[in-house]
Design a protein around this ligand. Structure first.
Ligand SMILES: C[S@@+](CC[C@H](N)C(=O)[O-])C[C@H]1O[C@@H](n2cnc3c(N)ncnc32)[C@H](O)[C@@H]1O
Length: 209
């Protein structure tokens, strides 16, 4: 993890907010349709946690427009300030996802859009495990990462990024009690993993005899 916790995003946050964080272009943002369709699959009022939310545009905005109750975790102070300006009253914790306690509660959904591959492999596994524990049985997790195992330099920060690849993510998800149910590719070539928390037999409603 970088010294500021944001893997280089604090240093370029103003640039990021001025681009992706600008309201009028949210509807057209790359991947917005994919995330919107996922968000619309929850009943109104369901709770969703936006990890590495940035300024909340477009992620939290899409979740809110779908009628969901949202919380966010974000490591960059500048991004957190921009988020609070856009979403006054919406809970956001200024923290790394590694250190966050995710508000000490459970959620119906967790979104990690453009986040996981910024973390070192051990931290990616830790976050998957934490997401599994934060989800209610049957809860849903959406994250992005290339389907191939891949290392590259982030275009905005110049820092190393790393996708563990689909087989490794599937293993980590399964070990955490999560099931990879589908995937998708957006118009920008970004890969989305749709994941569910398998209800354990203890969670199933067994009719009384
Ligand atoms: C590529 S941006 C994606 C932002 C937003 N989700 C979006 O789709 O526009 C990655 C975001 O994750 C944040 N971030 C990076 N490392 C983090 C960490 N360890 N914990 C929490 N946030 C982190 C960065 O500050 C940045 O806002």
């Amino acid at each position: 993890m970088s010294a500021d916790g944001s893997n280089g995003y604090e240093a370029i946050a103003h640039l990021y907010v001025a681009g992706r964080g600008t309201r009028p272009i949210v509807g057209d943002a790359i991947g917005a349709a994919t995330v919107r369709a996922w968000a619309q699959g929850f009943p109104p009022g369901a709770t969703v946690l936006d990890l590495g939310s940035g300024p909340g545009e477009p992620g939290t905005r899409i979740l809110q427009e779908a009628g969901l109750a949202t919380c966010a975790v974000e490591a960059s102070a500048t991004m957190v300030a921009a988020f609070r300006e856009r979403f006054p009253g919406v809970p956001i914790e200024h923290s790394t996802v590694e250190a966050s306690e995710f508000f000490g509660r459970t959620f119906d959904g967790v979104l990690a859009w453009g986040l996981l591959f910024l973390l070192e492999p051990g931290a990616q596994a830790l976050v998957i495990d934490k997401v599994a524990r934060a989800l209610v049985p049957g809860g849903r997790f959406l994250f992005t990462a290339p389907s191939q195992p891949l290392e590259w330099l982030d275009a905005m920060t110049g820092r190393p990024s790393q996708s563990l690849g689909a087989p490794a993510y599937e293993r980590l998800l399964r070990d955490a009690g999560l099931t990879w149910v589908d995937d998708a590719q957006d118009e920008g070539g970004n890969h989305y993993y749709f994941v569910e928390k398998t209800p354990s037999t203890l969670d199933l409603d067994v009719p009384e005899r």
